[in-house]
Design a protein around this ligand. Structure first.
Ligand code: FAD
Length: 305
């Protein structure tokens, strides 16, 4: 059980930084608490006591979301459910709703935040490959010498290993700045021990933009989680896809390319097989969602459906 002496719900960034300074070394930040509560329960040795819990989920800046031309700004405390029920977000970030559908259940999605998912830095978190595919950058802030100072970096650079990020102890994740990619066909693939209400073993986000003829991939974005300590963008596959015509044979070649990247220590052969099938299915779906034709023979199409 998680025990705390004080539970602080803060209304501004300033208040949050003051509370963090006041309770340094004896506090923990929470947003939706959907990682924190299971973490505390898993401390099976007994109760986990955190003297002060600092809840940042109601800070307006962390809740704001804005689609602005080519950019989308997401507050760190935006719940995963918003990707399903905010049409502007769904249009600008086409892979996020597909990810959200497979993320936990309705109740968890209302609490679980996109920022908590990033900070938790699970190698197989569902939220991070879609963010990486959308070129997301984290916005971090701290209060130093009485002033709020900010910095930003790419999500790939921020995630440093399982449970490890570049967040400093006096910093908060305030938001994520993503590239809006309306009109891209999207697909999110996930495999776990079960299909829903489960943490992924491997997950993949794919975004594809076709040219006017719908015969060529003009742009492709792919990012994968669960095959190594951090999620990664598949830039070589993206370049390969952009370099030639859109054919079934080339999609199959593209699906073969990331197999060698699988570095997870557990279930390596299984993960390799999954990756091959995943990339092919994700690309087929993304191409179709971008307005392209089905490319594989019907029996192969059915096998990967
Ligand atoms: C039943 C269940 C199903 C789940 N299913 C999935 C799933 O399908 N896919 C998936 O990826 N995850 C899943 N999860 C995990 C979890 O829901 C997500 O990782 C979620 O996004 C975490 O967000 P949160 O706001 O609840 O995190 P919290 O528990 O509040 O925080 C997580 C971590 O981030 C820190 N933190 C939070 N916000 C900030 C901030 N703004 N600045 C600095 N630090 C911060 C906290 O200190 C903590 O270390 C599931 C969890 C449960 C309980």
């Amino acid at each position: 059980m998680l025990i705390c002496d004080e539970y602080l719900t803060l209304a501004s960034l300033d208040e949050a930084f003051d509370a963090m300074a006041r309770h340094r070394g004896r506090c923990r930040i929470i947003a939706g608490a959907t990682d924190t509560l299971p973490w505390a329960r898993e401390g099976r040795a007994g109760d986990v006591e955190v003297p002060v819990l600092i809840d940042v989920a109601r800070i307006p800046e962390l809740n704001a979301r804005r689609v602005d031309g080519t950019r989308v700004r997401l507050g760190a405390a935006v719940p995963i459910q918003r990707f399903l029920d905010d049409p502007a977000l769904a249009k600008a970030l086409p892979v996020m709703p597909q990810c959200a559908i497979w993320f936990a259940d309705d109740q968890i999605r209302e609490s679980a935040t996109i920022g908590g998912n990033v900070i938790n830095a699970s190698p197989a978190a569902d939220g991070t490959p879609p963010l990486i595919a959308h070129g997301a950058r984290v916005e971090l802030a701290a209060k130093r010498n009485g002033r709020i100072v900010r910095r930003e970096m790419a999500v790939e650079d921020f995630l440093q290993g399982p449970g490890k990020t570049a967040l400093e102890s006096d910093e908060l994740l305030v938001g994520l700045d993503c590239e809006a990619l309306p009109g891209y066909g999207a697909s999110f693939e996930k495999v776990g021990h079960r299909r829903s209400l489960v943490i992924s073993v491997v997950c993949l986000a794919a975004l594809v933009k076709l040219d006017a003829t719908k015969q060529k991939i003009e742009d492709a974005r792919l990012a994968i989680g669960g095959i190594g300590p951090v999620p990664q963008r598949l830039t070589e596959v993206e370049s390969f896809l952009r370099a030639g015509p859109l054919t079934a044979e080339r999609l199959e070649q593209a699906a073969e390319m990331p197999v060698a990247l699988v570095a997870s220590r557990s279930r390596q052969e299984y993960r390799r097989e999954v990756v091959r099938g995943f990339v092919l299915r994700a690309l087929m779906t993304a191409v179709r969602n971008a307005g392209g034709a089905s490319l594989l023979a019907p029996e192969l199409e059915a096998a990967y459906a």
